[in-house]
Design a protein around this ligand. Structure first.
Ligand SMILES: Nc1ncnc2c1ncn2[C@@H]1O[C@H](COP(=O)(O)OP(=O)(O)O)[C@@H](O)[C@H]1O
Ligand SMILES: [Mg+2]
Length: 187
């Protein structure tokens, strides 16, 4: 089985969505194997959102595309956007408590990202967590000089998940148990 790291960001905690968010992952057959609430530090968030070039550029690409779709010209390079967003994310994720969890299941990261929805809530599927509980946009986030408030973080894939899990949990904090519905799900 694969694993994924999920963070309920400060906006999700403040809006009292912890239970609803966890329930959606659990209902899809993903098992919660570790869970904690914490006030994240700068170091932790900087390790989580690394300065990996391809991630910085991918953040910039998605943002630029959204502006181009609206007919708005963007002068910043993709990498510059990525760096700016990364510093917004450090501020946002350290400003108030978050909930961190590890999920386990078949195609875990892929399924959990589908449940989370697209990055920009305004464009996310209305049945996804981000589409259902938020209406934030890149342009509002830019105006407010903060990261997009989209309730959750979910690992991009299972390799990144393993790196991210190490930032927030020790292996001894991750529990092993069986859900009675596992044989119905995976048998
Ligand atoms: N242009 C932007 N302006 C502000 N915040 C952004 C922007 N692009 C992305 N973000 C924030 O950075 C987070 C990480 O970006 P990314 O990894 O591309 O998205 P995802 O969380 O969907 O994997 C997003 O969830 C969002 O909170
Ligand atoms: Mg991401």
């Amino acid at each position: 089985m694969e694993r994924a790291l999920v963070l309920i960001k400060p906006d999700g905690v403040e809006r009292a969505l912890i239970g609803r968010v966890i329930a959606q992952f659990e209902e899809a057959g993903l098992k919660v194997t570790a869970l904690k609430m914490l006030k994240a530090g700068n170091d932790q968030v900087s390790k989580h959102y690394t300065d990996d070039e391809s991630w910085l550029v991918s953040v910039g690409k998605k943002t630029k595309q959204s502006y181009i779709d609206k007919g708005i010209e963007v002068k910043e390079s993709e990498r510059e956007i990525g760096l700016r967003v990364r510093s917004f994310l450090v501020n946002e994720l350290t400003r108030s408590p978050i909930v961190a969890m590890v999920l386990e299941g078949n195609a875990c990261a892929d399924v959990a990202r589908k449940i989370a929805g697209a990055t920009e809530p305004r464009k996310a599927d209305p049945y996804s967590i981000r589409g259902r509980y938020s209406n934030d946009t890149y342009s509002l986030a830019d105006k407010k000089q903060r990261s997009v408030r989209n309730i959750v973080h979910v690992s991009e894939d299972s390799t990144i998940a393993e790196q991210e899990i190490k930032v927030w949990f020790t292996e001894s904090e991750i529990c092993k148990y069986e859900r009675p519905d596992e044989s119905a799900l995976y048998g």
